[in-house]
Design a protein around this ligand. Structure first.
Ligand code: MF3
Ligand code: CO
Length: 267
């Protein structure tokens, strides 16, 4: 059952989405070699609670974090841990915030210091594919149009699309209908209607599309242990077109405000 949100509900979605976006902006300030993923998780949890929100992943079917931590070959649902980030890693942080009964969901994959050029290209393509998918999310089109746009964009660049995990409807629950796969045929699936809220989240692998789930039942990594990237926005379908409710602008501001590293300074 797909819920169409009222104007009032969309305002609540907007507030939840702003808070999850600001949370990832806070996380962005701390991503650096040496920090543990558990510390990042604590920063996110405290920020959400300080701002009146609820960390929606924490305790969700027993999930042990506020953030899903996705280091290098981890695709989704990694646990916060004592692992210290290293120069050259990439880390995705996926977060859901509940505020006033509604959920905002967003994910960003950060490079840690300087990363291999090939990995940087994977991140860039995956982020671009998110916007290509959003562009396809117009009222009257179908879910398959989003799926196909993402798949085509990423496969043309030489990457593969994870099959096991999808985007989703979102609202009073973190996961609502419909499913939003990152692969599939144009013109199939539910019709997009004004007032629908969905989370679009391409999970794109450098190597093969195959993944394995660890024994804990959560942590998902690439079978070939090559890197994977993941970006996510929550959007609402409007008569004029898709409107993105989350934003990476807080992240981009935080990354831009960082002091220049030594090798980049001239004096
Ligand atoms: N954005 C992720 C998803 O839609 C958030 C998962 S939270 C978890 O699946 F609790 F399930 F880990
Ligand atoms: Co999601």
């Amino acid at each position: 059952m797909i819920y169409i949100k009222t104007a009032e509900e969309i305002e609540k979605m907007r507030a939840a989405c702003d808070l999850v976006s600001r949370t990832l902006g806070e996380v962005a300030r701390w991503v650096a070699p040496g920090i543990t993923t558990r510390k990042l998780d604590t920063i996110a949890r405290e920020f959400i609670l300080d701002n009146g929100g609820k960390p929606a992943c924490l305790g969700y079917h027993g999930f042990p974090g506020t953030l899903c931590i996705e280091v290098n070959e981890t695709v989704v649902h990694g646990f916060p841990s004592g692992y210290e980030l290293r120069e050259g890693d990439v880390i995705g942080t996926d977060c859901v915030v509940e505020l006033d009964g509604f959920n905002g969901d967003s994910c960003y994959t950060f490079p840690v210091g300087d990363v291999d050029e090939k990995v940087a290209r994977l991140l860039k393509t995956t982020k671009e594919s998110l916007y290509v998918g959003i562009e396809a999310a117009k009222a009257g089109k179908r879910i398959g149009d989003i799926s196909n746009a993402i798949q085509t964009y990423c496969e043309r660049a030489g990457y593969s699309v994870v099959r096991e995990m999808c985007g989703h409807g979102i609202g009073a629950s973190m996961h609502e209908d419909p499913e939003v796969p990152n692969f599939g045929r144009r013109g199939i699936g539910p019709v997009l209607k004004s007032g629908m809220c969905i989370a679009i989240e391409p999970m794109i692998n450098m190597g093969s599309k195959n993944v394995v789930i660890e024994d804990n039942g959560w942590e998902c990594r690439t079978r070939d242990r090559k890197p994977s990237a993941h970006y996510e926005h929550t959007i609402v379908i409007r008569p004029e077109g898709p409107e993105i409710l989350t934003t990476f602008s807080y992240i981009e501001a935080a990354l831009g405000e960082r002091p220049l590293r030594e090798e980049q300074t001239t004096d």
